[in-house]
Ligand binder design. Structure first.
Ligand code: GFB
Length: 317
C-alpha cells in the first residue's frame, strides 16, 4: 500500500503560471477535485520579483504550490533569446521557492524539462543521468535554470525541511499551445504550417533540421494528471521524470500531423536549421512505480489539438 503524502481535499492550491498551456491544464484538472484553486493576476503579480511573489503568497496563503510559471519556447527561441530563458526561469524558481518557505507552504511541486539531461545521456534517461555530462548547446540556458530549480527544492528540503519536490516532463503538446512560428515547439509549428499550406494549396511544407532527431511527446492533460499525482503521492529529494516512455522521429511526427491536417504536399527538410539533441527519451519507471501511467495516445491527442487550433486560432481556410 502506498502512503498518501498530501491530501488535496479542502486545500488551497496555487497554480503559478495558470495562463500557459501547462498551468491552464493543471487548473482544469484540479477543478474536478475537492480543493480550491488559486491563481495570481497578470499583470499585477510578476513572479520574477521577490516582493510580488511574497506579497501574493502572504495575502493568499496557499497550502500547496504547483510551479508551472516559466519562460518557454521551442528550439529557435531558446537558441536566440538565451538571456530571457536563463534570467526569467532562474528568477521565477528562486522567488517562488523562497516565498513558499517564508509563508509555510506545506508542499511545492516544481516543473522543469527533459532538456536538463546531458546531450549524450544513455537512453532511456533515468533521473540519475542529471549532471553527468555537457548539455545540449541550443537550450543550455533554459536547462541550467531548470537544474537550479531542482537544486533549490533539494537545498530547501535539506536546510529548512520544506516538502518541495520536482518533476521533469518530456516534450509537451496540447490545447492552449503557442502557434507562433518563431517561438513555438514543433507540434504547433507543423500543425500550423500544414494547415496553412493546405489552405493555400502550397506544394510543400518546410521542416527544420534533418527530421532525424527523436522526441517523446506527452499530452498536457496527462502531464497535469501526473503532476497532481506526484503532489499527492510523492515526497523525496530526487526529481521524477514524466513522459510516455516512447519516442518517434520528427519525420514520423510530421507524417502523423499530415494525417491529422490532411496536407498532401511534400515535406522539405531545411538542414540550415538546428536539430538540437539527437534523442531524449525518458526512463519513466520511477513514475510508473508510483502508480501513474499516461492515457492519451499521440494520434488522438494530435487530432484534439488540431480541433482546438481550428476553433481558437485565427486560421485561414
Ligand atoms: O519542439 P522543439 O522546438 O523542441 O523542436 P526541442 C523539436 C525538433 O523539431 C527539433 C524540429 O529537432 C527541431 O529542429 N522542428 C522541425 C521544428 N520543424 C520545426 C518547426 O517548425 N518548429 C520547431 N520549433 N521545431 C526545446 C528546448 O527543444 O524543447 C527547450 O529548446 C525545452 O529547452 C523544450 O526543453 C521542451 O525538443 O528541440
Amino acid at each position: 500500500m502506498r502512503k498518501r503524502d498530501f491530501a488535496l481535499d479542502n486545500k488551497r492550491i496555487f497554480v503559478a503560471g495558470h495562463r500557459g498551456m501547462v498551468g491552464s491544464a493543471v487548473v482544469r484538472a484540479l477543478r474536478g477535485r475537492r480543493c480550491e484553486v488559486a491563481t495570481a493576476p497578470w499583470p499585477g503579480v510578476d513572479l520574477r520579483r521577490q516582493e510580488d511573489a511574497e506579497r501574493w503568497l502572504k495575502e493568499n496563503r496557499p497550502d500547496a504550490v504547483i510551479l508551472a510559471a516559466a519562460r518557454v519556447g521551442g528550439i529557435l527561441a531558446n537558441d536566440t533569446r538565451p538571456a530571457e530563458f536563463i534570467y526569467d526561469n532562474l528568477a521565477i524558481a528562486s522567488t517562488v521557492v523562497e516565498a513558499a518557505r517564508r509563508t509555510n507552504v506545506e508542499k511545492l511541486l516544481f516543473l522543469g524539462s527533459s532538456c536538463i539531461y546531458p546531450k549524450e545521456a544513455p537512453q532511456p534517461i533515468s533521473e540519475e543521468g542529471l549532471l553527468a555530462g555537457p548539455l545540449e548547446p541550443t537550450n543550455e540556458w533554459y536547462a541550467v535554470a531548470k537544474i537550479a530549480g531542482i537544486k533549490l527544492c533539494q537545498a530547501f528540503r535539506r536546510q529548512y525541511g520544506c516538502n518541495f519536490i520536482s518533476a521533469m516532463p518530456c516534450n509537451l503538446y496540447g490545447p492552449g499551445d503557442n502557434f507562433d512560428l518563431n517561438s513555438s515547439h514543433v507540434v504547433p509549428a507543423l500543425m500550423r504550417k500544414m494547415h496553412e499550406a493546405k489552405s493555400a494549396q502550397s506544394p510543400h511544407v518546410t521542416i527544420w533540421g534533418t527530421g532525424k532527431p527523436r522526441r517523446e511527446f506527452l499530452h498536457v492533460d496527462d502531464l497535469a494528471a501526473a503532476a497532481i499525482h506526484l503532489l499527492e503521492w510523492y515526497t523525496g529529494e530526487q526529481h521524477v521524470n514524466i513522459g510516455t516512455g516512447r519516442d518517434l522521429t520528427i519525420a514520423a511526427l510530421a507524417e502523423s500531423i499530415r494525417n491529422v491536417t490532411g496536407f498532401e504536399g511534400r515535406l522539405v527538410f531545411d538542414t540550415t536549421k538546428p536539430d538540437g539533441v539527437a534523442r531524449k527519451l525518458l526512463d519513466i519507471s520511477k513514475l510508473t512505480a508510483l502508480g501513474w501511467r499516461p492515457k492519451i495516445e499521440l494520434s488522438s491527442g494530435l487530432s484534439g489539438v488540431y480541433q482546438w487550433y481550428l476553433s481558437h486560432a485565427d486560421v485561414p481556410g
